[in-house]
Ligand binder design. Structure first.
Ligand SMILES: [Fe+2]
Ligand SMILES: [Fe+2]
Length: 390
């Protein structure tokens, strides 16, 4: 379905130019002459994927309108169209939550690029949030399933005594118990959502920062995987693998995990064990077996120079190759005990630089096509989520 854009400007001629550029590129547009009219359109149920608004308008100006949109429709990106003389106001608007601004007069290409980036940013944010929500409702559903199963088992446990005490009724009771037991053990494969979450939490008790890292890597991995032509089920599987990729760190001594300086070669060797330890742990839980290979190979390099096995190219599972990029992105942009965080732009350059060596070039290509603003947005969302949970 075509994306719908709300174009807000007090000058009809300007609106017409913008609308004709957007319509010729396949967008569906509605127009409003000021913030009040535009809000009325939004409030009456008009669905828009993007708002494009100028600043100087009668009744409700662009800044006031932006405030209301951010408040009531936080998922709708807001792009300011501004004249050269109010650049500082446009920059203020960005600080207040506008996605970007366009300076009048602009070329068709500039308009379409900005609109394209804003829509892509929105799509990724919504997808990421839906993924998190799905995971949460999956965990809720599995938790109640498990509670039911537990309650049924309690009933089953009580039955044999009754059966023995009253042999006449024993057959009926045992038949009933069999049914309950079947319900209790039904579909254990599907309880993996809960297991993945629980294991992740376990890592959080030991080291909250590693859990936060894991959450960011999961979101980055999903953002990349969603851009690739791979089946939805596989994407979900890869996301869960990302959530567990560092689970082996539960077995790494705290003094090595949190050491403030560089690690000695012996300590590096212990740290590297987290791949194998995680693999062994995940392999022991039947429902998680499918993630084991990903956990084992997330530090392999595309050119064969990684560890633990020195796998090369497509010998490395696809999920592990995506996680490797997401993991590097998060490591470079996080404060580590021995060095401060670097910018997302620096991480982008670094990952591009190692394409074909540490990373799969096709995955790097997909990563580079994703707008730069997506990553700090995701990191910010996860930071506030982690802070709320504390
Ligand atoms: Fe790792
Ligand atoms: Fe990691």
């Amino acid at each position: 379905m075509a994306n719908r854009i709300l174009v807000v400007d007090s000058e009809q001629a300007v609106r017409e130019i913008i609308v004709s550029m957007l319509t010729s590129a396949g967008y569906v547009c509605r127009e409003a002459g000021n913030g009040v009219e535009a809000l009325a359109l939004l409030d009456s149920g008009g669905q828009f994927e993007l708002v494009l608004s100028s600043l100087l308008m009668p009744e409700l100006d662009g800044i006031g309108f932006l405030e209301r949109v951010k408040d009531k429709y936080p998922d709708t990106p807001f792009v300011i169209v501004s004249a050269v003389h109010d650049v500082s106001v446009a920059l203020d608007a960005i600080r207040n939550g506008a996605y970007d601004y366009l300076l009048k007069p602009f070329e068709r290409n500039q308009l379409l690029n900005t609109v394209g980036r804003a829509l892509e940013n929105r799509r990724l944010k919504v997808e990421n949030r839906n993924y998190q929500k799905n995971l949460e409702s999956l965990v809720e559903a599995r938790t109640s399933q498990l509670q039911m199963a537990k309650a049924n088992l309690e009933v089953v446990k009580g039955k044999p005594q009754t059966a023995i005490a009253d042999p006449e009724r024993s057959y009926g009771i045992l038949e009933g118990a069999k049914g309950k037991l079947q319900t209790a053990i039904a579909d254990p494969e599907r309880s993996y959502g809960i297991t993945v979450e629980a294991l992740g939490e376990l890592l959080g008790y030991k080291d909250p920062e590693t859990l936060a890292h894991t959450k960011r890597v999961t979101a980055y991995t999903m953002a990349i995987a969603n851009r690739m032509r791979i089946p939805k089920q596989l994407i979900e599987m890869i996301g869960r693998g990302a959530f567990l990729h560092d689970i082996g760190k539960v077995a790494i001594p705290d003094n090595i995990l949190n050491q403030p300086g560089k690690l000695t070669p012996e300590q590096v060797a212990v740290m590297r064990e987290h791949c194998y330890l995680g693999y062994k742990l995940v392999l022991k839980i039947p429902v998680l077996r499918e993630f084991a290979e990903i956990v084992y190979s997330h530090h392999e390099h595309f050119d064969g120079s990684g560890y633990p096995l020195g796998l090369k190219g497509e010998e490395i599972p696809l999920g592990a190759r995506i996680i490797a990029v997401a993991n590097a992105l998060d490591s470079i942009t996080s404060d580590l005990p021995y060095r401060p965080a670097r910018s997302f732009a620096a991480a982008r350059g670094e990952i591009q630089n190692w394409s074909g060596r540490q990373f799969d070039p096709e995955i790097v290509q997909v990563f580079l096509e994703i707008p730069d603003t997506v990553w700090p947005d995701i990191a910010r969302d996860i930071r506030s989520q982690v802070e709320q949970e504390r």
